[in-house]
Design a protein around this ligand. Structure first.
Ligand SMILES: Cc1cc2nc3c(=O)[nH]c(=O)nc-3n(C[C@H](O)[C@H](O)[C@H](O)COP(=O)(O)O)c2cc1C
Length: 205
């Protein structure tokens, strides 16, 4: 069956709207749009659902454990987010590295995924989300030696219960030494083909 719309959920994890990670996300989505424009009409068309972790103001997980007894979360502030998270065809997360990890508002979103962990292990939902979604992870870091591996490792762990897979990780390191605006585009390009092919193969998972 021919698919008309590919829904991409994008999540900004940094506070700086013109920071390196925000630029990486912009370059990534613009590249997807260029690919789509180069295809026959309707063959590949992207729709983006964007979330900003800092603007979202989501409440942290309080480990109340209610999600061990029912599917969902007692905090309703992320209902729309979860709907998009479950229905997306692919997910792009862009974030700076803070202390080897994520900025706190993005970590809050990741911790709130505990509802899926509990659905899997306490409610026996296997998998708790039916649809497989590939994830591209785009990170910027001040230290030229930083590889973002710890943050990627944290994501991979929670993705085992959310039916996601981190298929590519773009890194822009050494941002404290340069304001090189062109670097963001170069940093994400390697990720584009991998993400696109993971999007195409998702029906087999
Ligand atoms: C609170 C804080 C913690 C940081 N920790 C790290 C770190 O552990 N490793 C690193 O390489 N850079 C670190 N940085 C630098 C940022 O990763 C870097 O400035 C990055 O470009 C910020 O992303 P942005 O340009 O998207 O805002 C830190 C910056 C802040 C504000």
């Amino acid at each position: 069956m021919k698919k008309t719309e590919t829904i991409i959920m994008t999540i900004s994890g940094g506070p700086r709207k013109d920071g390196a990670s925000a630029r990486m996300l912009q370059c990534f989505t613009e590249s997807l749009l260029r690919v789509s424009a180069g295809r026959a009409s309707g063959e590949l068309s992207f729709v983006f659902r964007h979330y900003d972790a800092y603007d979202g103001g989501f409440a942290p997980c309080t480990d109340c454990r209610a999600c061990r007894h029912f599917e969902g979360c007692v905090h309703r502030d992320m209902d729309g987010f979860w709907r998009d998270f479950e229905n997306a065809d692919g997910i792009v997360i862009a974030a700076p590295i803070y202390n080897l990890s994520f900025p706190a508002p993005l970590k809050t979103i990741i911790d709130r995924m505990q509802r899926y962990y509990n659905a899997r292990f306490f409610l026996g939902k296997k998998p708790p989300i039916k649809k497989f979604r590939p994830v591209a992870f785009l990170t910027a870091a001040g230290d030229p030696q930083e590889d973002g591996a710890m943050a990627a490792c944290q994501l991979r762990r929670i993705f085992t219960v959310t039916h996601c897979e981190l298929v590519c990780h773009a890194m822009m390191a050494g941002t404290d030494a340069t304001e090189d605006k062109a670097g963001a585009d170069a940093a994400v390009q390697g990720c584009i083909p991998t993400f696109l092919s993971a999007l195409k193969s998702d029906i087999t998972k």
